[in-house]
Write a protein that binds this ligand. Structure first.
Ligand SMILES: *Cc1c(COP(=O)(O)O)cnc(C)c1O
Length: 219
């Protein structure tokens, strides 16, 4: 199936109110153009250099979401045009995003990444760290160029559906606990190609789908 057909197929399964991020990392600009022509305006990328190239090549009404691990020394490069950073996993990174966003006089949407998976490799705040951070001070009052939109998380990469569901459910519970502490929260980003239907059942508001739209990535 073509990118357009895959995209339309996925859209037809999404309940209204669920935002689709088309994860285009490692795919060529031509494929993104096809998705754009099919109406897609939100794309997810995980490498700062690739994001730059694609941002320059493609129409300027695209919302670019950064979803990969972000080193603080790369923040400056993406701040001029990134719309949302979904992978904010430390206060140190937050400080740098604030500093660079202020320099460029920009406001940037952020999702705080939470670690719930049973995998060492996934980064993010633990639920306890997240609640502690939000309880200290309203984050939107402390980091004024950051728009705190919500949480992002990944489930363990496993065939055990019950485990994936449990992890998504714990993220949703955490989101509900966090919302009163940060009234600008409206986004819970969870679910990828293999597990987004479960994420939807468990109450996400945004899914990040790559290979089911664009096919396997060529690394
Ligand atoms: C690559 C990636 C995705 C998309 O994964 P697919 O399995 O291709 O849908 C989603 N979220 C994050 C954080 C990713 O790094």
């Amino acid at each position: 199936m073509s990118v357009t057909e895959q995209l339309n197929q996925i859209r037809s399964t999404l309940p209204s109110g669920i935002t689709l991020v088309a994860v285009s990392k490692f795919h060529p600009v031509e494929m993104l153009s096809e998705a754009y022509a099919a109406g897609q305006r939100i794309f997810g990328e995980s490498r700062e250099q690739e994001l730059k190239v694609k941002h320059e090549a493609l129409p300027k009404d695209i919302e670019w979401h950064f979803i990969g691990h972000l080193q603080s020394n790369k923040v400056r490069a993406i701040v001029p045009y990134v719309h949302c950073i979904q992978s904010v996993d430390s206060v140190h990174l937050l400080e740098e995003i604030e500093r660079q966003a202020a320099r460029y006089d920009r406001h940037i949407d952020l999702l705080l990444e939470v670690h719930v998976a049973q995998e060492e490799s996934k980064s993010g705040f633990t639920p306890a760290e997240l609640l502690a951070l939000l309880s200290e001070q309203r984050p939107d009052e402390r980091w004024t160029h950051c728009r705190f939109r919500g949480l992002m998380g990944m489930a363990t990469n496993t065939d055990d559906e019950a485990q994936v569901r449990r992890e998504f459910r714990s993220l949703r519970t955490l989101f509900d606990q966090a919302r009163p502490l940060c009234p600008t929260f409206d986004t819970l980003s969870m679910g990828m190609s293999d597990d987004y239907p479960i994420a939807i059942e468990e109450g996400c508001t945004m899914v990040r789908v790559g290979s089911s739209i664009f096919g396997p990535r060529q690394y």
